[in-house]
Design a protein around this ligand. Structure first.
Ligand SMILES: *Cc1c(COP(=O)(O)O)cnc(C)c1O
Length: 359
């Protein structure tokens, strides 16, 4: 629980806030600040920054790739991957609810790429539809890249099965197309499957990894891929204004995040399961999805109150959530959410449900 309200003065009257809006709200640890202060730095746009290089190497090694590239956001890492693997005017196939499609496809306009949505279930693209989309046809533009997402944000933190990832990679290999993994929450997916992250990354030519979500670093992401793809991506990073100077100060926090935060993600997953179970045990007319990782989607459509109204009512109790469309609210567990926060959230849901219609 956070002791002081830092997000929004509207909630200032609450001594304690339970912030379930996202795992991006996590603050740096004392150890991160200490490493930031002590990190050797250089000019990453000139002759390099040693701490940035150490982070890039650490992520590449962990994911079984040749090289890494530190970037300000995972959005930039995904766009650089798309640019590095394709030629202009090619298609990028993505699951239709993927973050790269739903939230980031503005970037495709800059890149001159066509992002093509492929329908799927629980974040996994339909394999027949991928096969059909990569089949050559003179009437359509070629496919340059297929992107998967795990864990899958809009699918409630769903984890792609390893067999699915292998199947997608195999279809891509036969078609001569590269595969990218949007692994903003790759470490959550690896924790859920209880495998090393490299086991997931092997089914791709590139992976993006966000350091500022559950891993708690203040900013930053890393793209990992072959030496050649990273060299291309580095040129585009410069073009996009993503080359930073003494970025080792931030990369130091990223290194600490990588080395210490991955192992605690299972605690977030366990608390998400408890939240889901306890919400469903209330016997109310909302339904919490069964989380595989740290995201709980609560269907509130049956309560007669739209999601944004639920979000406002829960905030009155100091419980912050986000509307995910009209009928769903999203709750995300992270390092600042403890057992008391889960109880606090469940109690707030019960109170709001009881009082609805009496406002
Ligand atoms: C958050 C998120 C991103 C974007 O990350 P930023 O660092 O906020 O740009 C990309 N993909 C997925 C799946 C995400 O959840």
């Amino acid at each position: 629980m956070l002791d002081f309200p830092i997000f929004d003065s509207r909630h200032a009257r609450h001594a304690k806030l339970t912030d379930l809006r996202s795992d991006t709200v996590t603050r740096p640890t004392d150890e991160m600040y200490a490493r930031m202060r002590e990190a050797p730095v250089g000019d990453d746009g000139l002759d390099g920054d040693p701490t940035v290089q150490a982070l890039e190497e650490a992520v590449a090694t962990m994911l079984g790739k040749d090289a890494g590239l530190y970037v300000p956001t995972c959005t930039m890492a995904n766009l650089l991957a798309a640019l590095a693997h394709t030629r202009r005017h090619e298609q990028v196939l993505l699951e239709s609810n993927a973050h790269m499609f739903a939230t980031e496809r503005g970037g495709s306009l800059l890149a001159g790429l066509a992002y093509t949505p492929i329908e799927g279930k629980a974040g996994a693209m339909d394999l027949d539809r991928i096969e059909a989309a990569v089949r050559p046809g003179s009437y359509r533009i070629g496919v340059g890249l297929i992107a998967m997402e795990t864990s899958h944000n809009n699918a409630g933190g769903a984890v792609l099965p390893l067999t699915h990832m292998q199947d997608v990679h195999e279809i891509a290999r036969r078609a001569g197309v590269s595969v990218h993994i949007d692994g903003a929450r790759l470490m959550n997916a690896a924790a859920a499957l209880e495998v090393p992250a490299a086991t997931l990354a092997q089914h791709s030519e590139s992976v993006s990894l966000c350091l500022s979500k559950g891993l708690s670093a203040p900013v930053g992401a890393v793209l990992a891929a072959s030496e050649a793809a990273i060299a291309t991506a580095k040129g585009y990073r410069k073009m996009l204004g993503g080359t930073q100077r003494q970025a080792g100060i931030m990369a130091a926090a990223g290194l600490e995040a990588l080395q210490t935060m991955s192992k605690r993600l299972r605690d977030d997953h366990a608390r998400a399961r408890v939240l889901s179970t306890r919400l469903n045990d209330l016997g109310a007319s909302f339904a919490a999805g069964e989380p595989q990782t740290n995201i709980v989607q609560v269907q509130v459509g049956g309560t007669g109150m739209p999601s944004h109204q639920w979000v406002r009512a829960l905030a009155e109790f100091g419980v912050l959530t986000r509307p995910w469309g009209e009928k769903v609210i999203r709750c995300v567990t992270h390092r600042h959410i403890d057992d008391a926060d889960i109880s606090h959230a469940v109690e707030a849901f019960a109170q709001v449900f009881e009082k609805r219609g009496h406002a």
